[in-house]
Ligand binder design. Structure first.
Ligand code: ATP
Ligand code: MG
Ligand code: MG
Length: 530
């Protein structure tokens, strides 16, 4: 239901159509299994899903773009499948570029045989320089026989083979540098996570994508705009090889302030111990933002609202979390937490002789959230910060109980105890101070650890070549202890709740055998920028 709601909202504002959609729509999401999906990937996946399944009655393919054994792992593949399912995305078919290695090899033989590709052993630096200046490689005019022979050497990764790569013979000096004889095959001796050591050379992305798109019947290939320079070479391969035409459809990358969305950089954060792993709540991965308390309906809603605009925007996290707050505020049960290091004992004059417990709603405005136990007694704990502001003789409100008059404050900095006289006839609308409290008697207070996080990165707008190390926030994790009402002992991992006057939290570890529960603060978008 949440999915449909998010989509209809987004769909209404898109007002776009794909070219030739009447002839069928097949889209594909082509992740490389070299890391966990981040929220940028989520945009690509959701857009492909939107076109294939919501705007048209089409087909969505999931294709693992797995032709670089240096970076790819089964663990990543599994996590991608799980995360797509979590987002409600159901691909109609799943495939692997590595299933096409034989086919891609044969297409390359054809390119070579027809004079459209050549083997080149120009050393890397020199090749880069020649491409930049528009100078032809000395190897450009090798004969077809020579090129075929070397391609076979590459196949077995002989010494000569390993020195060479295959380049498409497109152009030496095209103003579009992507057209300057791009590399389409190179050796890699590392075992591949699916094909083992069967292959010792692999096609590049530039060659594999157009061929596999065409062969799999993709009608519309969605690509981020930074690939626009490569659209011509994509078309070149389709035309030269006489493959089925594919519409390329560009959309904008999604970037966020103070955030790297690059698997390479995220991997580095993990490898250097800056975060706990791919699902660290500070990571911009789908798992990371979920663990921080983002909900899937809000994630979908947020991303689909960006729509397929072609302007690259540096998104602010404020809107991201504000979208989530709307979702969780309506359903998050309310509980009480008292800062453990700064409690003040309060005695209630005229309070109950014996503790008693009542069932109260968990959410003031939403009875469907259920009820919880609230224990009343004459021995409470309050927070130092609240009591510090009180004056003797003042009328205050004990939240969800009623008014009381401050009779006596004992000690200062820290205040050691306070006496309050219950005054339930008082008007709660007239008091200035609403005070959080928990009964010290008649219930077992539950210890919890509250964790808040800061951005990993100190710089708002990062450039592509900014070195991550220079912009790392020194401390990004803040822990404090609290004592909570008895209901908190029943919370389970992943529950999202609100502590009155403190904020929203997601349970990362449940309370068990006296071991504190661990809860992560969920941003609401309202936080002052740190
Ligand atoms: P990374 O730089 O994180 O490795 P990538 O583009 O190399 O990203 P792929 O696994 O190849 O990672 O990406 C799969 C799909 O997700 C591609 O279609 C890619 O264009 C898209 N994508 C990646 N990052 C973003 C982003 N920030 N915003 C929108 N789409 C993105
Ligand atoms: Mg990629
Ligand atoms: Mg990238």
């Amino acid at each position: 239901k949440a999915k449909k709601a998010a989509l209809s909202k987004a769909g209404a504002s898109y007002n776009i159509a794909l070219q030739d959609a009447d002839q069928g729509v097949v889209t594909r999401f082509p992740p490389e299994p070299s890391g966990y999906l981040h929220i940028g990937h989520a945009k690509a996946a959701l857009l492909n899903d939107y076109f294939a399944h919501d705007l048209y009655k089409g087909t969505l393919l999931l294709r693992f773009d797995d032709t670089n054994p240096s970076k790819e792992k089964q663990e990543f593949e599994d996590s991608i499948i799980e995360d797509l399912a979590l987002m409600g995305i159901k691909p109609d078919r799943t495939s692997y570029t590595s299933d096409y290695l034989q086919v891609l090899y044969e297409h390359t033989i054809r390119l070579i045989t027809e004079g459209h590709a050549y083997a080149d052993d120009t050393e890397q630096e020199k090749m880069r320089d020649e491409r930049w200046k528009g100078i032809a490689s000395e190897r450009r005019e090798r004969t077809v026989e020579e090129n075929l022979r070397i391609f076979e050497e590459m196949k077995v990764a002989s010494e000569e083979g390993q020195k060479n790569c295959i380049r498409a013979k497109m152009s030496v000096d095209n103003p579009n540098k992507a057209m300057r004889d791009p590399v389409i095959y190179r050796c890699n001796l590392l075992p591949h996570h699916r094909t083992g050591t069967t292959w010792k050379m692999y096609p590049t992305y530039d060659l594999a994508v157009p061929i596999v798109d065409a062969l799999e019947g993709v009608t519309h290939a969605l690509r981020t705009t930074e690939y626009a320079d490569r659209n011509d070479q994509y078309q070149w391969f389709i035309d030269i090889l006489g493959l089925r035409q594919v519409h390329i459809w560009d959309f904008a990358r999604m970037n966020f302030i103070r955030t790297f969305l690059s698997k390479r950089k995220l991997t580095k954060l993990i490898d250097t111990g800056k975060v706990w792993g791919w699902d660290d709540p500070r990571m911009p991965t789908i798992r990371g933002v979920r663990r921080r308390g983002m909900t899937i309906p809000a994630l979908r809603d947020f991303i689909l609202k960006q729509g397929p605009s072609r302007n690259i925007v540096n998104m602010d996290w404020t809107n991201f979390w504000a979208t989530n707050k709307k979702v969780i505020d309506a359903v998050a049960p309310r509980f009480t937490a008292i800062d453990k290091e700064n409690t003040v004992r309060a005695t209630i004059i005229g309070g109950p002789d014996k503790p008693y417990t009542e069932e109260k709603p968990k959410h003031n405005k939403n009875p469907e959230v259920g009820t919880k136990k609230v224990t009343f007694s004459s021995e409470l704990i309050l927070e130092q910060a609240d009591v510090k502001l009180m004056k003797e003789g003042e009328e205050i409100t004990l939240m969800a109980w009623g008014n009381a008059i401050v009779r006596k404050i004992v000690g200062s900095d820290p205040i050691t105890s306070v006496e309050l006289e219950l005054h339930l006839e008082g008007d709660v609308k007239k008091t200035e101070k609403k005070v959080t409290w928990a009964s010290f008697e008649g219930q077992t207070l539950i210890p919890v650890e509250l964790v808040d996080f800061d951005y990993l990165i100190t710089k708002d707008k990062l450039e592509e070549d900014d070195e991550m190390e220079k912009f790392l926030t020194p401390v990004t994790e803040f822990r404090s202890a609290a004592l909570c009402d008895q209901n908190v002992q029943d919370l389970k991992v992943d529950d999202i709740i609100q502590f009155e006057r403190k904020g929203y939290y997601r349970v990362d570890k449940a309370y068990k055998d006296g071991e504190p529960a661990v809860l992560f603060n969920i941003p609401t978008g309202k936080e002052a920028k740190k």
